[in-house]
Design a protein around this ligand. Sequence first.
Ligand code: S3P
Length: 425
Amino acid sequence: MDKKVSKIKNGLRGWLEIPADKSISHRAVMFSSLAKGKSLIKNFSNGQDPLSSLKVFQAMGVDARFIDNRTLEIISTGQLTPPSVVLDCGNSGTTMRLVSGILAGQNFNSVLIGDESLSKRPMKRVIEPLEQMGAKIISTDNHAPLNIFGQQLLGIDYVSRLASAQVKSCVLLAGMFAEGKTSVTEPYISRDHTERMLKYMGADIISSGKTVTIAKSQLEPQIIEICGDISSAAYFIAAALIVPQSKIILKNVGLNPTRTGIIDVVQSMGGNIKILDKREVSGEDVGDLEIEYSELSCCTVAGEIIPRLIDELPVIAVLATQAYGDTIVKDAKDLRNKESDRISTIVKELRKIGANIEEFDDGFVVHGKTKLTGGAEIETYHDHRLAMSMYVAGLVCEKEILIKDFDWVNISFPEFCKCFENLIY
Ligand code: S3P
């Protein structure tokens, strides 16, 4: 489906409940599948990526059913059964990388496959540490399909070159099935949903600075309530900041400090964003956000903040087109390894609508403020976040834009358009 997007005249107004966090939904389904007994997941994401994780565990004997359209009941023996089919991770890097850690230490063999985009994404980052633990994985030049031959694993102390929650989580999950202790040390702290949820479910896991250590653990089933996804909220935050006359409230947004880089960036650009009613839900920080149209100025985004906003960088590029001065993003080379090469795709598509943006090897610079002309056809490259970022850009373009294959948004946020339409007057 192609989507036409045109300029908003009278601002975005009202409030919105942000749908469930994708990262936390993946983990809820995976960890509940490993816990012996009945778990309840409230507000499970209806994005295709978490559903890919769910299907993978159903194929390994886990009894999972929806009690209503957002409440998932998972009943597990605590043991996975050998799958009789290949396990399809769809478009989801989180599914493939985390599940490979779980499967490496099972007493059966399995095969993980993915779609065209996922099959191009690098898997060496998880294969390498897993092999150090004694895993046996055969891949096609470090890409999916991954043939995993379950082995008895041994704990390691892994020092990762990347600040990647997927790598960290993969190694920690393998560590749950390994002899001895396993630790992962990152250059900067990446999102810590795995650590928080494993602790919430009784695992023997501790974090100290940039190192997390886990020992063999049996998880206990829990009731897990999933908060709204700050990465989904980011499109509304950006839109409200750049569309004149906007003022909105976003409810139930996850505010885990390892994910709130977008709020820090918006504040440093002079954006008017307030956190209301901060609380804790199932071991995660949650709050409501109030955002108002603002005059923005440039900022530099680099170093330790990058993993705290890695998925928001395409929409930050959009925001930067409406900020005065040169906004610089660097130290973000791994953005090239996402659902698309997000450095080159965001630069290419924003240029089509008149943005003044230059590409670097590890980021980009946006020279603002620019009047976006629009009037172009936008490609989405199998990338939900590129599609949603360009939608936000379209709201301030002089002429209508046409975003091709917009249904890629279903990967994380099927109700994206409906949510926006409810705020447009
Ligand atoms: C995720 C971690 C991030 C992020 C991805 C989800 C996760 O990837 O980009 O969308 O749920 O662990 P990396 O860990 O590879 O940076």
